[in-house]
Design a protein around this ligand. Structure first.
Ligand code: MN3
Length: 262
């Protein structure tokens, strides 16, 4: 008698469960919370006291003529590098962000420091092109037709203290740039302990992705030197010091001292 009642009861309960699952599962999926993108902590700043805008990202004109850096880089390379390569990074980034207007209010730095919270379908694009935009914006600023010579100001003192001498620093920087296999950058960064160090990144990765503040960096992609130097990257690295803008690098070094110690 009891077992006769249990069988239909089981079917009845199973039916209810099936109906509930069928009705509620799609709603639960639809109601999954939308990802929220919030900048974490203080932002590392690319330009003194100001992050680089992505609202939209903009290609600033070169702060000098294409042929102004002939001591190290020819005019044709400068023109293609700025007007084509850098422009492509800016355009690609803006195109990717069109789909996610909530991200456009964030700085490039904030996005690069928090890549895991960038939607997966544009994460690599943001990494490569946001990084490319940030790196090149710095690159044009830390070179000058009146640059070169020995470092000045506080960075000179810090370089001597950290590396023993400017010559040692140059040697280590050039070696790291020469050893970067394929495309990438060589950097002088400040680490979270406040110390200077030389690093290298592949592709367009920025040191800020590793919590390091980029004080100065040289682009060792072939597009940066191939027309004049062909395979002679070491010669490019060596000549590049003739256009290094120590005034701007001192400003960046100063800004890096107040970075969050995270
Ligand atoms: Mn480049």
């Amino acid at each position: 008698m009891i077992s006769n009642l249990i069988k239909p009861l089981i079917w009845f309960v199973a039916g209810i469960v099936l109906v509930v699952v069928t009705i509620f599962q799609p709603q639960q999926l639809a109601a999954a919370p939308a990802p929220v993108y919030i900048a974490q902590g203080n932002e590392v700043q690319s330009v003194v006291n100001k992050g680089l805008s992505a609202n939209p990202a903009q290609l600033a004109p070169l702060p000098y003529a294409y042929n102004a850096l002939e001591k190290a880089i020819d005019a044709e390379t400068m023109k293609i590098h700025h007007d084509k390569h850098h422009k492509a990074y800016v355009d690609n980034l803006n195109n990717a962000l069109k789909k996610y207007p909530q991200l456009q209010g964030r700085t490039i730095e904030a996005m690069l420091r928090d890549l895991n919270n960038i939607p997966e379908d544009i994460r690599t694009t943001v990494r490569n092109n946001g990084g490319g935009h940030l790196n090149h914006t710095m690159f044009w600023e830390i070179m000058s037709p009146t640059g070169g010579g020995l470092p000045t100001g506080n960075i000179a003192t810090e370089i001597n203290k950290t590396f023993g001498s400017f010559e040692n620093f140059q040697k280590q920087f050039n070696t790291a740039g020469g050893q970067r296999f394929g495309s990438g950058w060589v950097w002088l960064v400040r680490n979270p302990k406040g110390q200077l160090q030389i690093t290298s990144t592949p592709n367009q990765d920025s040191p800020i992705m590793d919590g390091l503040y980029p004080i100065m960096g040289n682009d060792v992609w072939e597009h940066a030197y191939y027309l004049r130097y062909q395979n002679r990257r070491a010669e490019y690295l060596s000549n590049w010091w003739n256009v290094v803008n120590w005034n701007e690098i001192n400003k960046r070094a100063q800004a890096s001292r107040s970075q969050p110690s995270t």
